[in-house]
Design a protein around this ligand. Sequence first.
Ligand code: S3P
Length: 448
Amino acid sequence: MSTAIITPKRTDNQLDLIIHRPISGLSLQGTLRVPGDKSISHRALMLGALAQGETQIQGLLLGEDPRSTAGCFRAMGAEISELNTEQVTVKGIGLGKLQEPVEVLNAGNSGTTLRLMLGILASHPERFFAVTGDSSLRSRPMSRVVKPLQEMGANIWGRQGNSLAPLAIQGSQLQPIHYHSPIASAQVKSCILLAGLMVEGETTVTEPALSRDHSERMLQAFGAKLRIEPETNSVTIAGPAQLQGQTVIVPGDISSAAFWLVAGAIVPDSELLIANVGVNPTRTGILEALEMMGADIQLENQRVVAGEPVADLRVRHGRLKACKIAGDIIPRLIDEIPILAVAAVFAEGTTVIQDAAELRVKESDRLAVMASQLNKMGARVTELPDGLEITGGTPLTGTEVESYTDHRIAMSLAIAALNATNTTTIHGAEAAAISYPDFVTTLQQVCD
Ligand code: S3P
């Protein structure tokens, strides 16, 4: 068995990842663990900060995004111990008790930090907050949360009609609403529910399709009263709530596992076991899509850990076929579309992904970037207004590609490179640290 040569080349804060694949004989083997779920990590830090008493978090993601959340809540008085995967302690300061920060709160690259935090800040009367993020986050739409918060009476100002960060927030006593969200977005839903924590009465969010439900699960575990109506994709929170500190055990992130699921499926003779992965049904669209493509994936040792379903995922190489991915499944695999595009490049036939215009406003325009970078490697990818059309079966050739400082793009291109001839250089691979700081080490491990 010959191995791929993975060479990380660091200069200052940048990383070029050079992947040289042998002509034949590469197969991926082994058992691996992925880092903690990003969505659950953010929520554990936030609810821990807002609760009475202590919260213990095991398995927290040590990526840059949760570090941004921890930094913001520390700046508002929450005592959060040094971040590690073993055990993080958050000493909550109680609902409505966040202190006015003396500096601008910086959410870095993290849309979840900024959007969820806005609901919390807007509902803190008599405090003023200023929030910002990096250049990617400052270009992402905030009106999707600013508008419903304004309907609740929030005072928020920002660039371009209050739609872009930096934003200024004068916290106030908000009113309950029933918000019909035009998009299936867990960030929008969670922002409003978090604002509803401090509101007198019932705050309801209805979404067009079900998005991830980690907020609902964790809010209930911390003691908030929620009513969930699955027939209408509605959730209601009764405020004002009382939150009590809890122990949160964060499962491995299925969005990170997705890279290895696709790697194992496309690289000949591979077999990988990915241990301890969260398989919350609002996140398992990737498993269903890969199953439609004929991938050999098994869920083993299924269990429930601290209110979230968990399993070990075994993947074996096999032939993939094209499929159509559209409609209600999209919010359940929204972050996995870049790596699904890589799977489609190696599948027989033409895969069509639609109803995914949201990808244009993620950390990068993921439709445009995946199409342009995979095509540089010789793939046949056409951009649609709301998706991608990918004709599989053309071999890829290594070349220079760009992450556009987007973590999921960097990692998706690295997996594509494992099945490309010659050498691929991924510029901007340092972005992987947003959600997967050990990605390169694990890549080296599975290729060895
Ligand atoms: C997230 C929700 C998703 C996802 C993001 C994390 C969350 O965004 O893309 O990476 O933790 O709530 P949207 O809900 O806006 O689609």
